[in-house]
Design a protein. Sequence first.
Length: 290
Amino acid sequence: MSDYVITTDSNSDVLPEFIKENDLTIIPQYYSFGDTVYGDELNMPPHEFYETMRKGELPKSQANNPAVIRDKFEKILKEGKNILHIAFSSALSGSCNNVVMTANELLEDYPNRKIMVFDSLNASLGEGVSVYRAVELWKEGKSMEEVYDILMEERDHVNVSFTVNDLYHLQRGGRVSKTTAVVGSLVNIKPILVVTSTGELKSDGTVRGRKKSLKTLVARLEESLDLDSYGKDRMVAVLHGDCIDDAKAVADMVKELGFTNVIINDVSPSIGTHAGPGVVGLINYGKTRK
């Protein structure tokens, strides 16, 4: 199982201790406040990032850097290893295409090596659960091709739903109209959004009030279950934008349903740029996502 390594990008929001334990190579995704770019050597802790947004500063996100991808991949190839890269949705960013392009260029220089790029068609821990799954299969001794095929088989079964506390950031990113954002904020409307099978964000209804929106995420999880294929030992992930108490409340509701492998992590700044403080999401394996 040592002839290939698993890599991903920072948008996968994999827990730092898991990255360290499994020596994962992470391709940085960038974000900026004004002229200051973060994401590589310079990083902003999630709480500081979201506090800066709360104070009115508006960040911008950027795709990964082909030169950085090349540098990180080439080090692996020079060690005689192949690469299985798990990528952020190609429908939401050019980052996946940057990896594919760089991989193809590298393979011209290293014709005896292999690089496989798995487009997760997902974001944040929706992408991250595929990283966890890949590492699990790698440890079982599965080949790179076998892992890739399993991830492809399961990709459409990784369900993601999330809600935001403030519609403004979705409106700024073109996800909802200005009218919807203004009216929704006035009447305390909270949207429920999903990541589709094509890797795009889609509105999937609204509810009134924060507590109800969190309960709705768990209700959506229950509706999506396919326990004959994906049991309650499968990973469930809760993501949040600097609102850990809400994330813990959602995780507790999920655990009450009998799930035994529940993780919580921050939404990385690159994605948080568009979702804003207060985003909470829930990821689970289940029925085919639409």
